[in-house]
Design a protein around this ligand. Structure first.
Ligand SMILES: [Zn+2]
Length: 278
């Protein structure tokens, strides 16, 4: 019967529509349940991947976890741990020496000052400040004579006369000799009761008034154990020293006195022996 057939068809269509609606609801429900589950699983995956590889995932989003795994490029100027150098200043003290002592103090750095007689007498407070701030006083002879041109009998006077001045001013004496101009021979060695301290790196500060040239020469050549030669009698030298003290510290050098450098390197200083570095 056609009427009954029509009714059956309607029921079939209704059932089909209902099934479709039901299946659609199930699909929608399951997908809405999966979404938070997926995001929960993805987050830890992403952290692990990023912390291991340092790469961002393929979502194209900005990755907050990648930056810590990228290590900064180390500065090319850094030196091995424990590197030490000794800054030495000749011919002072002078009017610029206090400024130099300020710079050393600010950077917790130490230096050695090879002084001469007249200058020491002229700046007694500076001589005492050098010692009281943990810096070292060395002997540069009383009147800056070329010791190799003196008779053997004259050499001890040059050393001892300076020592007497220092003793009167400070109550202590020097025990290192820097011969003027670095002039040494066997006679000087035989007549020195002190170790003879030369240098391994001359800053060239007496040959130029260009602060940048002095700084550059030292920084391009400096290495662990160096004794660096400068003069605190020139304003440009002291200005260069101010830069060097900061820059050497930044590069990892510890700035110590000559005696500290020798001790630190296990060198037992001997009278009349020549030392250029440690
Ligand atoms: Zn000198």
């Amino acid at each position: 019967m056609p009427g009954r057939k029509k009714q059956t068809n309607r029921v079939l269509i209704l059932i089909t529509v209902l099934l479709c609606i039901l299946s659609g609801a199930v699909c929608t429900r399951s997908s809405s349940e999966l979404t938070p589950a997926q995001s929960q699983n993805r987050l830890p995956d992403m952290i692990v991947a990023d912390s291991e590889t340092g790469t961002s995932d393929d979502t194209g989003k900005e990755d907050p976890f990648s930056s810590p795994s990228v290590s900064p490029t180390p500065a090319p100027t850094e030196v091995p741990a424990g590197s030490q150098v000794a800054l030495t200043f000749e011919d002072g003290p002078d009017i610029y020496t206090e400024r130099l002592l300020n710079a050393l103090e600010e950077q917790d750095a130490k230096a050695t000052f090879f002084v001469v007689g007249d200058a020491a007498s002229d700046f007694p407070d500076t001589i005492n400040r050098i010692l009281n701030t943990g810096n070292e006083l060395g002997n540069h002879t009383y009147s800056h004579e070329t010791l190799t041109k003196l008779d053997s009998s004259e050499i001890p006077y040059q050393i001892n006369d300076l020592n007497q001045v220092i003793e009167q001013l400070t109550g202590t004496s020097t025990d290192l000799l820097r011969p003027p101009y670095g002039a040494v021979n066997e006679t000087v060695q035989e007549n020195s009761d002190f170790p003879i301290i030369l240098w391994s790196l001359d800053s060239g500060d007496k040959d130029t008034s260009e602060i940048g040239d002095i700084v550059q020469k030292v920084l391009e050549n400096v290495k662990d154990g160096d004794i660096i030669r400068m003069h605190d009698t020139h304003e440009t030298s002291v200005a260069a020293a101010e830069v060097l003290i900061t820059e050497l510290k930044n590069r990892g050098f510890e700035l110590v006195t000559v005696s500290e450098l020798a001790r630190s390197k296990g060198i037992d200083l001997k009278a009349g022996e020549i030392y250029k570095n440690f």
